[in-house]
Design a protein around this ligand. Structure first.
Ligand code: CA
Length: 512
């Protein structure tokens, strides 16, 4: 930034009439002397996405963005100066004991009817967007052996079953060397149990286990399912050849079942969509996240399940969310998840300010307060109907808060366990992120990124910043694109290239 010539007439975005800062829109930023249509002149270079003061701000005075306080001026700041992170003192997080609950429940919006997608309906009523054989593992020890078997399954078995998209190994670092009875061990264990039940896997569970691990493989098999475990230490199996053959025989039977699944027209209410962001910048909360929020409202109006997550990115805006809770119970559950995470971070000697990355700051996000206000825009304006603890399975429609860390891979893994069949991922800095188990639609906050990464980014929300498109138009386009991708008509780039991140468990319990 700063080395390339600024593009076009100087433009900034002020989000709320109360704001005393605005962000520079122009690609590559604007030099000192640039004059905005309102008459404000920059007195210093301001990079794209970074803030300039709209008025003189006194030392100690609040700095307002989104109409909320994102911090306090550490020194006097003149109008037209660059308000960079070093000039802002971060406010304290909202006190969890004095939050308003369900005091501003949004009125329900009119239902949206007639929207459908082509999905794979399962026996339990859930609907997948993919048809994948997922093979669970009870311990990391078996990973290499399973991957060897999967190579052979792909080349020797999969061609016989044209309706099956792929075979995936649900591998992880858990299972042994862990405090399996510690109270928080429920998080990774329930995540593995629920992952295997993701609607994209069609209910065909099988587990590859070692035999001596702490996580008994039976715990990963739903009640009533027989003959679903291959134990490598099984004394009737002679050598690696027989072990691989046993895995392949079990996989073959399941592939035959999965091959009977075919796409059929399903109402949009059968969708379970996860939302998250990664590599955020100051445009995240201006373009991509509000457009995703509008699409989330459309999905909720169509009767779908939509979940947003990332505790450390909602913690500083929790006062805005508890007001939107559908009832007292939901509000209390939100606070419970925040309290749990505050304690978890404190145990490690950190707090929520550990969330922001160097890339966030380079992108113009001064601190976690500013990042959170932009992040929660993804949740749209529906009432919050429910809360899920990490890895819990969603059992209701509407907008849910699924408590997860903000880490992209951990959030993705936990949302898959909660049952998402597609994820929408907003990014300002750019990431090649993808999931093998569900399609991921990557939404760019800026057109410059969408152009540069035209073969990695699926959807450009940048036209909102330049005023060429409204948030509503962009949200509708995204809603239709989600139906398209869920139907398998369009493949997101991560699936076209086959680039997928590892499943990554959240294990807050001790390792031994
Ligand atoms: Ca994230």
């Amino acid at each position: 930034m700063g080395h390339q010539k600024a593009v076009g007439e100087p433009r900034y975005i002020k989000l709320n009439p109360r704001d005393n800062v605005a962000i520079v829109v122009n690609d590559f930023g604007l030099p000192a002397g640039a004059r905005f249509p309102c008459g404000l002149e920059l007195t210093a270079f301001v990079p794209q996405g970074h803030k300039t003061a709209l008025v003189d701000i006194a030392e100690g005075a609040p700095i307002l963005r989104y109409g909320e306080i994102i911090g306090y001026a550490l020194t006097p700041i003149g109008a037209g100066e660059w308000v960079d992170e070093a000039r802002i003192r971060m406010p304290d997080a909202p006190d969890l004991d004095s939050l308003e609950i369900a005091t501003a429940i949004p009125a329900p919006q009119p239902p949206l009817e007639g929207y459908t997608f082509e999905g794979f309906r399962n026996a339990d009523g859930s609907v997948g967007t993919k048809n994948i054989l997922a093979i669970s593992t009870s311990v990391q020890c078996v990973k290499g052996a399973l991957e060897f078997a999967i190579k052979r399954i792909r080349s020797e078995l999969l061609p016989k079953y044209p309706n099956v998209d792929d075979v995936a190994a649900l591998t992880h670092a858990y299972g042994c060397g862990v405090a399996i009875t510690a109270p928080d061990a429920i998080v990774p264990i329930r995540t593995l149990q629920n992952l295997a039940l993701n609607p994209n896997f069609g209910g065909e569970v099988m587990v590859v286990s070692l035999g001596c691990e702490k996580l008994a493989p039976e715990r990963l098999v739903p009640a009533g399912v027989d003959d679903a475990i291959v134990r490598m230490q099984d004394e009737t199996l002679e050598g690696f050849g027989e072990i691989v053959a046993r895995i392949m025989t079990m996989a073959d039977a399941r592939l035959a079942q999965l091959n009977r699944r075919k796409r059929e027209t399903c109402p949009a209410s059968d969708l379970v969509i996860g939302l998250q962001c990664g590599g955020s910048d100051a445009f995240s909360g201006v373009t991509a996240n509000p457009a995703v929020g509008f699409a989330a409202d459309l999905l909720v109006r169509a009767g779908a399940t939509v979940m947003f997550s990332e505790v450390t990115e909602v913690r500083d805006a929790i006062n805005l969310l508890t007001r939107r809770a559908a009832n007292e119970h939901v509000g209390r559950a939100l606070i419970r998840e925040m309290e749990w995470y505050d304690k978890y971070l404190a145990c490690g000697g950190a707090d929520r300010s550990a969330n922001t990355t160097p890339g966030n700051k380079k992108g113009g996000l001064a601190n976690i307060v500013e990042k959170s206000l932009g992040s929660i825009a993804k949740s749209g304006s529906s009432p919050i109907a429910g809360v899920l603890a990490p890895g819990e399975k969603a059992r209701q429609k509407g907008l849910l808060f699924a408590a997860t860390p903000a880490s992209d891979f951990i959030c993705g893994t936990l949302q898959l366990a909660s049952g998402i069949t597609l994820q929408v991922f907003t990014t300002g800095r750019g990431t090649p992120y993808g999931l093998a188990a569900a399609p991921v639609i990557k939404v760019a906050t800026r057109t410059e990124l969408a152009r540069r990464w035209k073969d990695l980014i699926d959807f450009d929300a940048g036209a909102v910043a330049t005023g060429e498109k409204t948030i509503q138009e962009t949200g509708w386009d995204l809603f239709r694109f989600i139906l398209d991708v869920a139907s398998g008509r369009t493949q997101p780039w991560s699936d076209r290239w086959g680039i997928h991140n590892d499943l990554t468990l959240f294990n807050p319990a001790p390792v031994t």
